[in-house]
Ligand binder design. Structure first.
Ligand code: CTP
Length: 447
């Protein structure tokens, strides 16, 4: 009996897939189809897949062409499978031409012509096309622009930028660029906002009132009341407001939260997060609007605290080393939280350097994320017996922006999101920032 094996994602099954399976089957007597697992697809950068592995297996089963279906879970598995199933022929579409020649050592390799004019990517793009606008004067918007192409269903339609060199650069790329926020809003369905913390609330409201979905950098607002108002308005208008905290969308960060909540280190007793960055133009002051230390880094540090321990702390204390008290510029701020059964702390700074690590301490062990933890792709679980220690790595593409955009689109399309930031967490973040501005802190003056 001649055994044939073929591999694929088979998302939103189309006739290109069916033709491929028919021809693969015709090469032998028994066809094994390996369907990629969700995790494996993510790890190889295929993040747009719409259907779960179960649904995709069902797609393949329903063709009636597969004699056996297996799951492809790791790079290099093909050699294992060929040996394990005693495969005679490896077949794959011609878009992979040359890439699997190395398998000739184990079986015959056949590249079958790919069917022209159809692909899962095309079907996914047809399903939705969200016109996306970007607002901001920092080079960060270029990072977002470069990631949009990886997210099916999202199309960059224009920019609202005031910085002349950025305008020039974007126009050269052929984009629509305006200095008017309203003109941009008229053109789009959804907007990404990176302004100053003082402007975010107003810009978000204006976008929502015009019926646009919003992805906005943290903090969304400078008081919890404003944050609540934004979410209420979004609900009334049936729109999405999402806080743009990249870390929340890093696979490693999400997995470590799940592991901690699942009890891998016992009961969580303490969460300690530090984020600092020294830079020359640290505070970017513009008419008293500034990215001080607490606004720049506070939301990121507050994220694991509120996501791990919840937002209902009993007590909070805050100490800042102020660079300019009148303009509320903190060079370094430390916040301590006391919960009923746990504690937490954060340190943020733009004039002080510290080690940017995250430590979650539990009754059986701890989770350690090395600096810079906010770009998490790796973490360790430590136990008293070091032989039991575990290490975890999850690829982080596009600094997490790609996943963030993907989740934004999926929220807009289905209202469902696996690792989004809860409204409650966003409101608690705004509340902590507001406590800073309302002087609920001890100040230290250094010379
Ligand atoms: N295939 C094909 N003709 C097409 C699309 C896919 O022959 N028009 C083949 C691929 O070459 C591969 C198998 O079908 O051998 C599974 O492909 P898969 O990557 O799941 O499908 P795509 O439509 O190419 O998916 P995507 O757009 O996400 O890359």
């Amino acid at each position: 009996m001649k055994k044939v094996i073929t591999y694929g994602t088979y998302d939103l099954l189309h006739y290109g897939h069916i033709r491929l399976l028919e021809r693969a089957k015709a090469l032998g007597d028994y066809l094994i189809v390996a369907v990629t697992s969700d995790d494996y697809d993510k790890s190889r950068g295929k993040i747009n897949v719409k259907q779960s592995v179960i649904e995709r297996i069902e797609n393949v089963r329903n063709t009636g062409l597969a004699d056996e279906i297996i799951i492809e879970e790791y790079a290099g598995q093909k050699i294992d499978d060929i040996n394990k199933y005693n495969v005679d022929i490896f077949a794959i579409g011609s878009d992979w031409k040359g890439q699997f020649d190395y398998l000739e050592e184990y079986c015959k390799v056949v590249y079958l012509d790919r069917t022209e004019g159809i692909s899962s990517t095309e079907i996914r793009n047809k399903k939705s096309s969200i016109k996306f606008g970007l607002v901001g004067d920092s080079s960060t918007i270029l990072k977002f622009e470069s990631q949009v192409k990886y997210v099916n269903g999202l199309v960059t339609s224009g920019f609202c930028v005031k910085n002349e060199s950025l305008i020039h650069l974007l126009k050269e790329k052929g984009y629509f660029v305006t200095k008017s926020f309203d003109d941009l809003l008229d053109l789009i369905d959804a907007v990404y906002i990176l302004a100053t913390p003082q402007k975010h609330y107003d810009l978000i409201k204006r976008a929502l009132l015009k019926g646009k979905h919003v992805l906005c950098e943290s903090p969304l607002a400078l008081t919890s009341l404003q944050a609540k108002e934004i979410f209420k308005l979004a609900k009334e208008k049936k729109l999405i407001v999402m806080e743009a905290l990249k870390t929340a969308h890093a696979t490693a960060y999400h997995r470590l939260l799940l592991l901690a909540k699942g009890g891998i280190i016992g009961k969580v007793v303490s969460v300690d997060a530090t984020c600092t960055s020294l830079s020359k133009n640290a505070y970017e002051i513009d008419d008293n609007e500034t990215w001080n230390s607490i606004c720049t880094w506070g939301p990121t540090c507050l994220l694991p605290i509120f996501q791990m321990l919840g937002t209902k702390y009993v007590k909070k204390s805050m100490v800042s080393y102020m660079i300019d008290s009148t303009k509320k510029i903190d060079g370094f701020t430390k916040i301590n939280f006391i919960y009923d059964n746990a504690i937490a702390s954060l340190k943020v700074g733009k004039s002080v350097k510290s080690e940017g690590e995250l430590i979650i301490s539990g009754t059986n062990g701890c989770i350690y994320v090395p600096s810079p933890w906010w770009k998490t792709d790796y973490f360790e679980v430590h136990y008293e017996n070091i032989n039991e220690n575990k290490r975890y790595f999850y690829q982080l593409d596009g600094e997490g922006i790609r996943n963030e955009l993907l989740e934004f689109v999926s929220q807009i399309e289905n209202g469902i999101c696996s690792n989004a930031i809860d409204e409650e967490v966003s409101i608690a973040i705004a509340e902590s920032i507001s406590d800073f501005y309302n002087g609920k802190l001890d100040e230290i003056k250094f010379n």
